[in-house]
Write a protein that binds this ligand. Structure first.
Ligand SMILES: [Zn+2]
Ligand SMILES: [Zn+2]
Ligand SMILES: [Zn+2]
Length: 278
């Protein structure tokens, strides 16, 4: 067992144990009927060691090496961009409920169209989720997303704060946002639709400016693949795998959220099960 794994919290080990249990039928060695993405060798050893950082690094590097030599597209950027749009919908809905909506459109009509938009975006979300590479990428994503507050990773908090989102203030909106069970795909940090951010800013961002900023922050996998965009690389590595360069810490120990997932009530909604493997 490596020295890093000794300090891992029992909660993150429980997350790992749940994932191992769900794939315990997996053959442990390479054989004639092994498919790409099947678990074997080093991955199994990292699981046994309980070293989640090494495990996720191994999965990430194996996926990247394979991806570099294949014609298949890495759709994780599409997934993250869809999640940003889902957050926009959810945050605008909250802003309307809180009376911050200033559009000329009737609030009730706007809520109806946002409800339809959320539905369409959740269809898109599943399209990209099911397009993650079988095996290494899927297992890496499932393990990291098994924590319902994965987005409260310190580096993602820093990203929100850097963009003057609620994490730059003491309001606590990102960790406590009032999201009901039908909107869990829209959980996360502030978008330009956050009503609290708009109040703090003191003005509404114009549609033209919104478009420009959204384009600027969009996850661009093609740019990432060419090595020309470290923003996309950093955010997608964090959001899909829980990994940060230069850190060998357990990704779950980098989450700054209370209550811990051990104290959270278990949620039985269908998408939560798919997403969190509770
Ligand atoms: Zn706030
Ligand atoms: Zn905000
Ligand atoms: Zn935030």
């Amino acid at each position: 067992m490596s020295s890093q794994s000794k300090g891992h919290s029992s909660a993150s080990q429980a997350r790992l144990a749940a994932q191992i249990k769900s794939s315990e039928e997996t053959p442990q060695e390479l054989s004639g009927d092994t498919l790409w993405g099947d678990k074997f060798g080093p991955e199994i050893q990292h699981e046994k060691d309980g070293n989640i950082n090494a495990l996720q690094r191994h999965r990430y590097i194996t996926f990247r090496n394979y991806h570099a030599s294949s014609q298949l597209r890495d759709v994780s950027g599409n997934l993250l961009n869809t999640e940003e749009e889902l957050r926009e919908v959810v945050q605008e809905e909250i802003a309307i409920r809180e009376g911050d909506h200033t559009s000329s459109e009737n609030s009730k009509d706007r809520l109806l169209s946002l409800n339809a938009k959320y539905w369409t975006l959740s269809q898109e979300w599943w399209r990209w989720r099911s397009g993650l590479a079988h095996g290494f990428q899927s297992r890496g994503f499932e393990l990291w997303r098994s924590h319902p507050k994965w987005y409260m990773h310190r580096d993602l908090i820093e990203e929100c704060a850097g963009r003057q989102g609620c994490c730059a203030r003491a309001c606590g909106c990102c960790v406590n946002r009032d999201i009901d069970d039908s909107r869990t795909l829209g959980a996360g940090h502030c978008t330009l639709e956050c009503g609290c951010c708009e109040r703090a800013r003191g003005f509404k961002v114009s549609n033209e400016e919104k478009k420009r900023l959204e384009e600027l922050y969009k996850i661009d996998k093609q740019a990432e693949d060419k090595g020309s965009d470290f923003h996309s690389l950093r955010i997608s590595r964090l959001s899909i795998w829980g990994l940060v360069g230069d850190s060998r810490k357990d990704p779950f120990d980098m989450i700054d959220a209370k209550p811990s997932y051990e104290e959270m009530p278990k949620n039985n909604k269908r998408l939560d099960r798919l997403l969190w493997i509770l």
